[in-house]
Design a protein around this ligand. Structure first.
Ligand SMILES: Nc1ncnc2c1ncn2[C@@H]1O[C@H](COP(=O)(O)OP(=O)(O)OP(=O)(O)O)[C@@H](O)[C@H]1O
Ligand SMILES: [Mg+2]
Length: 242
């Protein structure tokens, strides 16, 4: 089974003390690790180490009386420990890449649906600085927890999303500054390891305390959602760096 880019990036990030604080606890999957993560965090996300556009991403919570709530796409199941293990065995058997377990970030919500932020960072050449060229916020579709387009969620400009999530002006400023700072540092770290790298798309989480988290770094981010935005300046900026 192959190990996908997400785990490779996780390894690169871990080597950098500056990026450490933005990393949610993440491990390669083993059932034992899952149990110890659930004991510590109550809710975790299970995802393939290669990108899948939200396919195969599961949320698991430990409920009372040794029951587990498994959430995948629109489906929620309450399972005993044994049923959970059997279910996961089946899924993991079919996967072409190793799975990872990640602490679930309690994301900001809009109308009770979780919201995360896509930030594109780019550079023109190996020696030029990384620049955040585009951002947008993605809100999960009804009954989903993933914000990918397959959840048929909503996309907002960052500032509008932060407003809709209930943040006041000062909090919005802090959150966006932290987002940009984290992505530029993380871009720099990946760019050092790979001189040819010119773009990275970050899925960033923001929690209630305005801490920002790297959910994933994507080496081939999709621009479709930026192309569809009313404000075309993001898409134009991306293209000007290509
Ligand atoms: N640790 C987490 N905490 C909260 N939500 C998460 C977490 N990990 C993933 N999610 C949700 O699931 C979505 C999909 O996860 P992720 O971005 O890691 O994989 P992916 O989108 O399938 O990968 P790719 O974009 O490379 O195809 C995220 O955008 C986010 O909405
Ligand atoms: Mg993603």
């Amino acid at each position: 089974m192959r190990i996908g880019y997400k785990w490779k990036y996780e390894m690169a990030f871990r080597k950098s003390p500056e990026v450490h604080k933005y990393l949610p606890e993440t491990h390669l999957y083993s059932y034992k690790k899952l149990q110890s993560m659930l004991d510590r965090h109550t809710t975790v996300v299970l995802k393939p180490s290669g990108g899948t556009g939200g396919q195969g991403v599961f949320k698991i919570s430990k409920e009372h009386k040794d029951r587990y709530l498994l959430h995948h796409h629109m489906k929620r199941m309450l399972l005993s420990e044994r049923r959970l293990q059997l279910y996961l065995d089946q899924i993991l058997k079919k996967s072409t890449s190793h799975y990872m377990i990640q602490k679930c970030i309690p994301l900001l919500t809009i109308n009770n649906q979780p919201c995360d932020v896509r930030v594109i960072v780019q550079r023109k050449h190996f020696r030029s600085p990384w620049v955040a060229t585009a951002t947008l916020a993605k809100v999960a579709g009804k009954n989903f927890f993933i914000t990918n387009s397959r959840s048929r969620g909503t996309v907002y400009p960052l500032e509008e999303a932060l407003k809709r999530a209930g943040l006041q002006a000062q909090a919005r400023k802090v959150a966006s500054q932290r987002l940009y700072e984290a992505c530029l540092i993380a871009g720099k770290v990946l760019g050092k390891a790979d001189r040819g790298m010119k773009i990275s798309g970050f899925d960033m989480g923001i929690d209630r305390h305005l801490n920002v988290w790297i959910i994933e770094a994507n080496p081939k981010p999709n621009f479709k959602r930026f192309k569809k935005m009313k404000d075309q300046s993001h898409y134009r900026r991306i293209m000007s760096y290509m």
